[in-house]
Design a protein around this ligand. Structure first.
Ligand code: UDP
Ligand code: MG
Length: 155
């Protein structure tokens, strides 16, 4: 891994999968220049969803949110790149799609906060924890992308 590389956890929620938005969303990360290092389609249990969203357990929408996340297939991914945690959130857009900027994933593809199609880690600690929750270390694939020297300008 190049020196300033970091990894983030990105998931397409059941609404994004059901709406056929996988390729649209994956391509936005891919075209930006980030590298896919893990990907799998899973139906999380309610208990697993509660673990994923444990920070929100006092919020009124917590139960409905966990029911929803465990209601169907989720596309779980790890993306790698310089600044990918913060900029990944920028690509995703504000939590409430009615406030997300056009050009962002939620701004372009979602309407209401309860069905905002995608999750992205909100900082380095959460990224580490969420990657560890969703993936075993051996599922993370380290490889050199042929494009790295063109994306980063280093050898
Ligand atoms: N959420 C919701 N109602 C709210 C706020 C959040 O249903 O009023 C859901 C929404 O799906 C959001 C998720 O809870 O993506 C997690 O909330 P968070 O504040 O962490 O937003 P995110 O990090 O996903 O932008
Ligand atoms: Mg969050």
């Amino acid at each position: 891994m190049l020196p300033r590389m970091e990894r983030t956890f990105i998931a397409i929620k059941p609404d994004g999968v059901q709406r056929g938005l996988i390729s649209e969303i994956v391509s936005r990360f891919e075209r930006k220049g980030y590298k896919l290092v893990a990907i799998k389609l899973v139906v999380p249990s309610k208990q697993f969803a509660e673990k994923h969203y444990h920070d929100l357990k006092e919020r009124p929408f917590f139960n409905g949110l966990c029911d929803f996340l465990s209601s169907g297939p989720v596309l779980a991914m790890v993306w790698e790149g310089e600044g990918v945690i913060k900029y990944g959130r920028k690509l995703i857009g504000a939590t409430d799609p009615s406030k997300s900027e056009p050009g962002t994933i939620r701004g372009d593809l979602a309407v209401v906060v309860g069905r905002n199609i995608i999750h992205g880690s909100d900082g380095p600690e959460t990224a580490k924890d969420e990657i560890a929750l969703w993936f075993q270390p051996k599922e993370l694939v380290s490889y050199t992308s042929n494009e790295e020297k063109w994306i980063y300008g280093v050898n």
